[in-house]
Design a protein around this ligand. Sequence first.
Ligand SMILES: *Cc1c(COP(=O)(O)O)cnc(C)c1O
Length: 430
Amino acid sequence: MPEYYRKSCVIPSKFLKFEVQISKNKTKVTMNTQEFIALEEKYGAHNYHPLDVVINRGEGVWVWDVEGKKYLDCLAAYSAVNQGHCHPRIINVLKEQASKITLTSRAFRNDQLPLLCKEMCELTGYEMLLPMNSGAEAVETALKAARKWGYKVKGVAENEGEILTCTNNFSGRTISIVSFSTEEQYKDGFGPFTPGFRNIEYGDISALEAAITPNTVAFLVEPIQGEAGIIVPPAGYLKAAFEICKKNNVLFIADEIQSGLGRSGKLFAFNYDEIKPDVVIIGKALSGGCYPVSAVLSGKEVLGVFNPGDHGSTFGGNPLGASIARESIKVLIEEKLVENSYDLGIYFRDKLNAINSPHVKEIRGKGLFIGVELHEKAGGARRFCEALAKRGILCKETHTHVIRFAPPLVIKKEEIDEALVSIKEVLLMA
Ligand SMILES: *Cc1c(COP(=O)(O)O)cnc(C)c1O
């Protein structure tokens, strides 16, 4: 028996002790939390530090762990699950489409992508959509489009184009994207980096004005910075930045992967500033958390720079993802989740403010995109997240001192009230 074959036989058999037969064709895994964690620690790469909760079921705003304990999900998979876990309408479409056709590749056409493009363009007022899978891929796509637009349309000399980005940005983990990160850890050990990016202070309009040169092709910005700790820029910043970009023929690219699709209480966070960015990048909730689907929205002048063969993705625009995205957006609109995010966002923030915790430095955000920043002497947000998890509320600290509250947008007022009882206890603990 060849070595690789013997190995592949041996590994699964080790797990058999965890499986019990529950019917003729069904087995049930009977591992507990600690056993799952031990396996993941042993065999999985350690590029995350999750809370020690092993989830195996979700419905709406609720998830359950393998011990049967129920939690209110206040992270919503970094806002990918705005429509709630396993939304029945989205799961139905997923099942139906999965049994028809899942992947054609873009070598052929399918009957879902054209409808997704049309529906998204009609909803957002853009002319074209380019579909990808992960958020980072859509950001890369927007950066490529901006550079090519710079050379072919704006007339910048080849390879001289510059893209302005912001301090404390987060746009994904590819080498080009971490090239403009200001977070040391995201870059450590991953050089050499992609040139052509320059960072300016987020929220500082004169820094943007001063940084623009004839070679500047684009300004990439998160209308609210999620990973940086739900940082809302000063009022009027986006509008002023947009006008400066217009005046200098620089593309304004909004990364709405996390802040978009209802999270901020508007369809897009830039809607508060009544601007229309040249390029919008979406992902995460575009599939309601049911599949990786991302996209770039823009006009013909920008996305029109791509010719057949310039750019692509095997899975981008596949009929399974496209059908799921179509239904996810319909759910968002028809169930008025954007409005719910706006209303309950105000309610939730007011109630958090009323707790008057000595640990809290600032409560900020828009819609159900809420950051609670703690004083340094509170000892970091992690212990508060762990205390909340014990009480059945799942949150994740971001940047050491911020607790993020971003539940699925299907949450109800009574569910927030219920959560606030535990949140108050935790924010008032010693
Ligand atoms: C999550 C996120 C990304 C990256 O998306 P992935 O799907 O993880 O690649 C990009 N930009 C923002 C603002 C994000 O929050």
